[in-house]
Design a protein around this ligand. Sequence first.
Ligand SMILES: [Ca+2]
Length: 121
Amino acid sequence: MQAVDNNIHPHLVDFEDFFPSMIARMGSEGFIWELCNGFRLLMDVEKGLITFESLKRNSVLLGLHDLRDDELVCMLMEGDLDGDGALSQMEFCILMFRLSPGLMDNGSKQWPVDDFEAMNL
Ligand SMILES: [Ca+2]
């Protein structure tokens, strides 16, 4: 076990290490719930979607203040499955899972689509 001092460098927590430990602690349903909370932090309240503007405005809340504009655009394009230029809640959750390759080696080899469907995302 390695102690991580999140108070000093919260933005240095690596997603690949961070997400699997969250899942181990909360279970996949609890993890998806946390992702949904993250989505609500980042989304444009009026549109109910994450847009470039809302991402830029709110990314500081998630410790993403070091990302450049073009990196934010890349993140949006990477996650945008239906091509509308914004991330829906479903697209955001899938992107977060895809950005965490370690998840698939952490006991479950199965894509958690069942969990998404069960929660009607
Ligand atoms: Ca989209």
